[in-house]
Design a protein around this ligand. Sequence first.
Ligand code: SF4
Length: 291
Amino acid sequence: MKYTNKHNLPPIIVNALMHDTYSSEGSDYSMTTLIKAPQQVILERENQSALTQDVSDLIFSRTGTWNHDGLEAGNKDNKDVICEKRLAIDIDGVKISGATDVYDRINHHVIDYKTTSYYAVKDALKGGAVKPEWEKQTNGYAYMWRANGYTVRGIKIIAILRDWSRANSFRDKNYPPTPIVQLNVPLWNEQKQKWYLRDRVDLHELAKAEYEMSGETSECTDEERWKIPDTWALKLKGRKRAIKVYKSEAEAHQNMDSEEHFVEHREGKANKCENYCPCRDFCPQYEAETK
Ligand code: SF4
């Protein structure tokens, strides 16, 4: 990975951002790799030395790591928890490793820290679901603990909200009163966890074999690309703003009831490709879509 410093950040910050102690310790896949799209994993591996990232884009992931380090240091004498333990399991001959932030020995909970935005936890705070990728990743960790002989009776996410606002906490009674919130994650049974991991391993191994044979990568899904769906705006000639925006073209056309009306197609953007995926410059799918 090559780093750029487009915004001329001070060297002490650049050094801290580039400091990365992560190691997958000889495993075939880490848990975080396993939940990524196979195409991204292949492109990252194949283009490792040519990948470029600006240091300014690392700030949120690194502050997450720094938060983890502080939380681990603060609990080093706490005998009720096991912190940052890397576990490994074997799924059909493929070695998977993953480091869980905390295992709570008293309640038998697997706990994962997330440094994230309020938006990412908003639904879960109102009783809705946590982000699907969090549910999958933490159930993967829970399976590792189970497979290593530990009981797991619950999964928690402790989210640190980087954009928390004290003013909002005074204004809105549903807004969290502190920047730290705890969320419950549905705990799957052991069989479901194993099936999920086996599916992911198969998907990655098949994509790898296919790539080795043909040089082609399997395409990322819309979900993996964080694609915002296409919409159709019903508009009035001569006006900039839409009268209403529809999720389907047919629905927009059904609501045209004047000769002055017309429908404008608004293509949804693949947010991950556009803004976050480090493989964008090497990705045939992205290239084909942006031609
Ligand atoms: S650029 Fe988009 S399509 Fe290509 S690997 Fe990344 S997420 Fe997938």
